[in-house]
Design a protein around this ligand. Sequence first.
Ligand code: CA
Length: 532
Amino acid sequence: MARAVHDVRYAACMLATLLAAAALAAPPARPNIVFIMSDDHCTQAISCYGASAAPGLIATPGIDRIAREGMRFDRSSVTNAICGPSRAVMLTGKHSHINGFATNDQKFDGAQQTFPKLLQAAGYRTEVVGKWHLSSDPTGFDHWDVLVGQGDYWNPTFVVDGVKTVREGHVTDIIHREAVARLGALAEGARQGTPFALLLHHKAPHRNWMPQPRHYALFRDVVIPEPSTLFDDYAGRSTASSMQAMLVSRDLSWEYDLKVEARRLQPEGKPAQLDQWMANELGRFPAPVRDGIGGTYLAENDALYAAIGGMDARAQTSWKFQRYAKDYLRTAQGVDDSVGGILDELDRLGIAQDTLVVYTSDQGWFLGEHGWYDKRWMYEESFRMPLVVRWPGRIPAGSTSDALVQNLDFAPTFLEAAGAAIPADMQGKSMLPLLRAGGAQDKPFREAVYYRFEESKGPHTVPRHEGVATDRHKLIRFLDLKDDAGRPLLELYDLEADPDERTSLAGRPSHAALEAALLGRLEALRAQYRAP
Ligand code: CA
């Protein structure tokens, strides 16, 4: 009897030891990946970043939840602040000049290596829903359901695994609904041993800022504070800042951007091309939406028609800023609704613990700072990207990092999390060690980042430039512009002393050593990344 009890105990003990050893030897958990990206969403409009555009008025509880339960990156930046190229950098982990998609009028070569293809090879199921914007069809996905080009806000056309499909409704809600529908099947696959990567890419809050009707009332009776640089005269900068065509005061279209009937303001004038486009677009909307748009703006617009004769240029700019900023924020609110809804769905499906969730945007945005809308520049507002990441039990909740991470780093991060090898030709770096350590680092993740913008011939006429940024300084070199002495035009900023980048220190004898050191860093990064 005693011998039998002993044998049972011994067997149980051995079994426990074997199970423990098996657990240690098991490969690391391969998380599902939900990569949520919006288009043109800036940190100034996100409450876990302080929502500097309107502190206390903006609330983004969905995005904030990811930060609260995971990590917020405070110095995440883009390598090229323009839509398609940023997406190509994320897919490949390579700078635009290497992946071959440097401007929006190019076509992404889908035959090249991307992280979705490598995840597929590692046994993942990969899907993309939403905005794609790379001209060529998606490759490396088991299922793809993407907008045609930029995509329309209302009744947009999608291409689903090669077949064009028109869907009724608002683009953010449609993308959200389709993603939720996919998640059920993906969760089931994951339970049976096939992890997934779902890329959920919203069009909003891209121009021309058309919110869902449920958000029209938001911000209606409040005044959005004007940024301190809304009327910037660029006196402290080089001539480059004056060359753009992205001024709230001058370049926003009354009808297309601001939803005002241009005829009522300028009865004699011919409508601008974009205004005409908007007039055509309205005809496509469902009648209740058209009425909603009219009803929402009617009273404010009537007041504008009555007052415009007595409004000077500054007053008109202030009016335009309010309409623009509110529509942008309302449209972004729809994205945050979706983020919160996806987190709830992961909870409902019981896979939140096994899923790495990322929220980011393809770059930042000028929400009136320096008088602008749009992006493209290496200046902070468009250079900075929101980035929050959650992986319960792996990333300490509520952690933050000021490491100089970039969109270049997504591909290697996802691969390492999936236990797949990171190809040597990827130029980014995995953020996973940083994430696991809650942001703690023995040495800087990266000393400096390289930036390069090429699309000078596109809309908004921002001159081509490249640059280097460290944790404190930024040097920008314009590729086609010269200073009075015939040298490449430079701008140099001390971000600590001058966070709004109002005063360039380039060419000042007091900062000559700093300028030379940053030029040296720029050349080193150009060599490292094989820049042209
Ligand atoms: Ca964009």
